[in-house]
Design a protein around this ligand. Structure first.
Ligand code: NAD
Length: 288
C-alpha cells in the first residue's frame, strides 16, 4: 500500500471511530423536550443544554401559531407545535411557559411517562393541585425559582422570621421586566410562605397584596408584597424585617437568567429515572 493510500485508510478509520464515539455518547445522553423553547427562559435552557454531558435537546415545543414553527434549531431539532410528536422520543421535559400550557403538557407527560421540570409561575390553587395530582404518575419538579442562591435566600428569610417573630414587620418588594404576566412573582409568594413558615403562621391569613386609601394602622403579623414592573430586569427581590428603630434587609438581584436555566437543567438530570412524585427544588440542590 502506498503512503497516500495508507494515510487515507488511517483518516477513514479515525473518522469512523469519531462517528461511533459521537453516536455512543448521543445514545447515552437523555433526550429533553423544551416547552416554550423560543421564550426568554426557553432560549437559556437550550443554551444550558449545549455541550451537556448527560442531556441533549431532543424536541422543542412552541405555542400553535408561533411564527417560527418549523425553524431549525441546534442539533437539527425543528420547532414544533405537535404535542404528541414532541413527547414521542424524550425522557424529560423542561417547561417555562404559561400555566395553561404547563398543565396541558404535564397531562401529556403523565400519559407518556415523561419526567417533568417546570418553573412556570402564576398558577391558581386548582392549577397547583392538578400539578400535585399529575405528579403521582410521573416525577415532577415544580419550583418558583431554580437559582441556588435564591433558595439559600428563602432559607435565610425563614430563619430570620423564626428568630425575630411577628414583632418585626415583614415587607417584600419585587421588580421584574415589563413583559412579566403574573403578579406578584412566584418567588415573592414563595419567600412570603417561607417567612410565614418561620413564624409558624398560615400565609393565607396574613398576606397583604394591595394598599390604597385610608388603610389604617398596619395589622400586626401580616406579610406584605409590593410589585414593581419595568425595563428588562430578570428579577429582584427584597425582604425587610422592620422593627422599632432598626431593620434587616435581605436582597437578591438577578443580572441574567442563566442561573435559573442551569438549576432547571440540574433538576432534569436529577429527575431522570426517579419514582413518580412532586420533588422540592431544595432536595435537588441538596439544601434540605
Ligand atoms: P416568555 O413569554 O418569554 O416565554 C414563554 C414561552 O412559552 C413563549 O415562547 C410562548 O410562546 C411559549 N408558550 C406559550 N404557550 C405555549 C404552549 N401551549 N405550548 C408551548 N409553548 C407555549 O416567558 P419567560 O420569561 O421565559 O417566563 C416563562 C415562565 O417562567 C413565567 O411563568 C415566569 O414567571 C417563569 N420563570 C420562572 C423562573 C424560575 O426559576 N422558576 C425563572 C424565570 C421565569
Amino acid at each position: 500500500m502506498g503512503d497516500e493510500r495508507r494515510r487515507a485508510a488511517v483518516v477513514a478509520a479515525q473518522s469512523e471511530a469519531v462517528a461511533a464515539q459521537s453516536e455512543a455518547s448521543e445514545a447515552s445522553e437523555a433526550s429533553v423536550l423544551v416547552v416554550g423553547a423560543l421564550g426568554r427562559m426557553g432560549e437559556c435552557v437550550r443554551a444550558a443544554l449545549e455541550g451537556h454531558s448527560e442531556l441533549r435537546l431532543g424536541a422543542a415545543l412552541e405555542r400553535p401559531g408561533h411564527p417560527q414553527i418549523g425553524h431549525e434549531l441546534e442539533g437539527g431539532v425543528c420547532v414544533t407545535d405537535d404535542v404528541k410528536a414532541a413527547f414521542a422520543s424524550v425522557v424529560v421535559a423542561i417547561d417555562f411557559s404559561v400555566p395553561s400550557s404547563t398543565l396541558a403538557n404535564l397531562r401529556t407527560a403523565a400519559d407518556a411517562g415523561v419526567a417533568y421540570v417546570t418553573g412556570t409561575t402564576g398558577f391558581d390553587a386548582a392549577g397547583r393541585a392538578e400539578v400535585a395530582e399529575l405528579a403521582t404518575r410521573v416525577p415532577v419538579v415544580h419550583a418558583a425559582n431554580f437559582s441556588l442562591s435564591v433558595n439559600v435566600f428563602a432559607w435565610l428569610a425563614r430563619e430570620a422570621a423564626a428568630k425575630l417573630g411577628p414583632d418585626f414587620d415583614a415587607e417584600l418588594f419585587e421588580l421584574h421586566h415589563a413583559a412579566k404576566r403574573d403578579a406578584p412573582s412566584g418567588t415573592a409568594l414563595w419567600l412570603a410562605a417561607a417567612i410565614a413558615e418561620g413564624r409558624e403562621q398560615t400565609l393565607g391569613d396574613q398576606l397583604v397584596l394591595e394598599r390604597a386609601g385610608d388603610i389604617g394602622p398596619r395589622p400586626k403579623g401580616t406579610i406584605a408584597i409590593q410589585t414593581l414592573r419595568g425595563g428588562d430586569s430578570p428579577g429582584e427581590h427584597t425582604v425587610m424585617f422592620i422593627g422599632q428603630g432598626e431593620r434587616i434587609e435581605l436582597s437578591h438581584k438577578s443580572h441574567t437568567r442563566d442561573h435559573f436555566a442551569k438549576g432547571a437543567v440540574k433538576a432534569a438530570t436529577w429527575l431522570v429515572g426517579r419514582k413518580p412524585g412532586l420533588y422540592a427544588i431544595e432536595t435537588v440542590l441538596g439544601l434540605d
